[in-house]
Design a protein around this ligand. Sequence first.
Ligand SMILES: Cc1cc2nc3c(=O)[nH]c(=O)nc-3n(C[C@H](O)[C@H](O)[C@H](O)COP(=O)(O)OP(=O)(O)OC[C@H]3O[C@@H](n4cnc5c(N)ncnc54)[C@H](O)[C@@H]3O)c2cc1C
Length: 452
Amino acid sequence: MKPIHIIGGGLAGSEAAWQIAQAGIPVILHEMRPIRGTEAHQTDSLAELVCSNSFRSDDSDYNAVGLLHDEMRRCGSIIMAAADKNQVPAGGALAVDRHGFSAAVTAQLESHPLVTLAREEITALPDASDDMDNVIIATGPLTSGALAESIRAATGIESLAFFDAIAPIVYRESIDMSKAWMQSRYDKTGPGGTGSDYINCAMDKDQYENFVRELIAAPKTDFKEWEKNTPYFDGCLPIEIMAERGIDTLRHGPMKPVGLTNPHTAPVDENGNKKFQRSHAVVQLRQDNALGTLYNLVGFQTKMKYADQTRVLRMIPGLENAEFARLGGLHRNTFLNSPKLLDSELRLKSQPHLRFAGQVTGVEGYVESTAMGLLAGQFAAAERKGTLRGHPARTTAMGALLAHVTGEANAETFQPMNVNFGLFPLVDSGKGRDRKLLYTERAKKDFNAWLS
Ligand SMILES: Cc1cc2nc3c(=O)[nH]c(=O)nc-3n(C[C@H](O)[C@H](O)[C@H](O)COP(=O)(O)OP(=O)(O)OC[C@H]3O[C@@H](n4cnc5c(N)ncnc54)[C@H](O)[C@@H]3O)c2cc1C
């Protein structure tokens, strides 16, 4: 059988290689280290962990990332097996001895009779007429410059980002709609719009000025030295930087109150009609996924530290009890506009011999990147064998993440996403922990069906 090629031997590429080889198909894994390094990797090992040594919660009953661990273990994941073998104590989290972990993955792949490791940089997307007719690109957030340029040329300048500018994302059900309201600015309907597409949270002058003060005072994370050299657009300025430019800057930017009328505070005239008044400032939240379970704070990318971010954002009227599916950030990160570019099997629609996997598909985190490597590997193997793998159910952690990046996320605002229950179709009942258990029980049942 002709080999499948994988570019990038990080977490996703290593997992994809394993899944393909275990399916009995030869695989050539092209990894550029140590010939060429990245700004963050330190070794020449496969599956190197570039920062934290944690795979986050291992609780598959109450946590979405723990559920993803469980699903990957049941698919015979090499990454999960190496993590389990090299575990260090970390409470309910799965943390690993990073050197033992990546040494185990490297040794297992190097000794697999169907895996060939080629230490070289691939500088351009392989052509379909080459030998490379079934390729997985798993080059990660620090994809080398030459290959990134080639991807950009193939996908369009707007479709490959070099920085993520993540605005916080809130679970819709945690927003207090007795204070917030639905309305589009000037009730505009636009394509597919209803005139009430946004959730709005109004502030009076005192609330706004307190908020701006806290925003400026909150501790922030710094750019790494090498991140400073990557240009990012003025359109992605963190809100705290805008706030520092003047007390009213945000009111003229992402918090402008124009074209919005708060029904909760409108006084009623002598005829019983509401007299709408403009608020001092308004925070808008936009639907982030097709299910309507997640909303992002429009224009609110921020580098505030996570604990302070939660505290400051909960000062927004209506968000006092907000639960965050993802907090904001700004990092160097090469990723595709996958909802626009990839089909449901992670293939580039315009060149289906190329499949993407890992963080470059717009998922976020070690575990999520690995999961996309696992699926890409299984899809590529099935294609080579001429069989159909089928997708994991939409109700499973892998299925939810895959559906999000390959079409359900809003392509216009697409930013990297970690796995969370907001990506799952809603369950009918339950609250808090009970509700989470309903999600994971359903997922496990449906995942079993897919496996069998
Ligand atoms: C600085 C930084 C810190 C991060 N910290 C965390 C964290 O603490 N926790 C977390 O969950 N996530 C973190 N992430 C996000 C993400 O989970 C990791 O980057 C993860 O390693 C992504 O997996 P991947 O397989 O997609 O990419 P990687 O693991 O980065 O693998 C990509 C591989 O491709 C190789 N490569 C690149 N270009 C080429 C080329 N042209 N030819 C051949 N090989 C190439 C690279 O050398 C690398 O080995 C971090 C990201 C960055 C950038």
